[in-house]
Design a binder for this molecule. Structure first.
Ligand SMILES: NC(=O)c1ccc[n+]([C@@H]2O[C@H](COP(=O)([O-])OP(=O)(O)OC[C@H]3O[C@@H](n4cnc5c(N)ncnc54)[C@H](OP(=O)(O)O)[C@@H]3O)[C@@H](O)[C@H]2O)c1
Length: 284
């Protein structure tokens, strides 16, 4: 049985991994028990757990806060990830870590593949890109997997509502619901992402991958489709990204094409199926 040491096990992706990797033995210390910055503790955990795979699903991914707390963003998203990759490499443990669509600037205007050049607009995106490069420099067996707009149940104490939950809540409270119509992404159900990762680590095709729901979609269209699936009648007002003020600059277009996964025969579900699978878990 594959033994997995999982960081960030209470988050959206971590929760899906714990629930869905049923053929693996998973050890998932909490953030309090093991922060990724604590490299000496991580080394001890690798020694005592003796995993086949170290999965890092932890990150500092409050995109706006990363602009103000750049040192922390670099430490958690880059330097600690690089050290974790080196610790794994020294022990010949497979390392898996996640990156983001925010490494791209959006200028391409069609789904990004692994061969497109990154150009992050935000400090968060830059810190994740630095993490990608440090994993590569560590030289061990590793998968670096970029994903996009992850949503799913989470057991994290610091959990924030998913985009779909926020729309549902706004609808219930009678507030006007405004969603950007000119920002296109690949919102990805965490369960589908966890399933793809499980298949990927069963291969020896190490490297950089995109893993996101198939098909680009604007957040406005995604919100409308989610409400139709939930059978909630709600007037959603389309707005432009210019009307949505945020500290960090985000790409207008950051849909990802999971091209290399496709070459391995690992298919990502279309975004509509992700909504259905998520709502089937009873989210209201
Ligand atoms: N969410 C998205 O839309 C999105 C998009 C693209 C890429 N990604 C990437 O996908 C990965 C998973 O994202 P997610 O949405 O599952 O994240 P999430 O739900 O926010 O979960 C993050 C997890 O990491 C833990 N954590 C945070 N800081 C930590 C630290 N310094 N040391 C150890 N654990 C720490 C959190 O625990 P506590 O809550 O207890 O702190 C939580 O368990 C991340 O690498 C993220 O950058 C996410």
């Amino acid at each position: 049985m594959t033994r997995v040491l999982l960081l960030g096990g209470s988050g959206q992706l971590g929760t899906a991994i714990v629930r869905r990797w049923n053929d693996c033995e998973i050890v998932a210390p909490s953030h309090d028990e093991l922060a990724i910055e604590q490299s000496a503790r991580l080394a001890d955990a690798l020694t005592t757990t003796r995993p086949d795979v170290l999965v890092n699903a932890a990150a500092f991914h409050d995109v706006d806060r990363c602009e103000d707390e750049q040192k922390m963003a670099l430490e958690i998203n880059a330097f600690s990830v690089g050290r974790a990759a080196r610790l794994a490499a020294e022990r010949d443990v497979l390392f898996v870590t996640m990156s983001t669509d925010y490494v791209f600037d959006g200028a391409k205007g069609s789904p990004y593949t692994e061969s497109d050049s990154p150009n992050p607009l935000s400090f968060y995106g830059a810190s994740k890109l630095a993490g990608e490069r440090l994993v590569e420099a560590a030289g061990g067996r590793a998968f670096v997997v970029r994903t996009c707009g992850v949503y799913g149940p989470s057991r994290s104490p610091s959990r924030r509502r998913t985009f779909i939950e926020r729309i549902l809540a706004a609808g219930k409270s009678g507030e006007p619901v405004r969603v950007v119509a000119d920002v296109v992404a690949s919102p990805t159900f965490a369960g589908d992402l966890a399933d793809a990762l499980r298949k990927l680590i069963g291969t020896a095709a190490y490297g950089l991958y995109h893993a996101a729901a198939a098909g680009p979609v604007s957040w406005y269209e995604f919100a409308g489709e989610a409400m139709r699936h939930a059978r909630v009648e709600l007037a959603i007002e389309p707005i432009s990204a210019k009307q949505w003020k945020a500290r960090a600059t985000r790409p207008r277009y950051s849909a990802l094409e999971s091209a290399k996964l496709g070459e391995l025969g690992i298919a990502m579900a279309p975004w509509r199926e992700g909504i259905a699978a998520y709502l089937a878990l009873g989210v209201r």
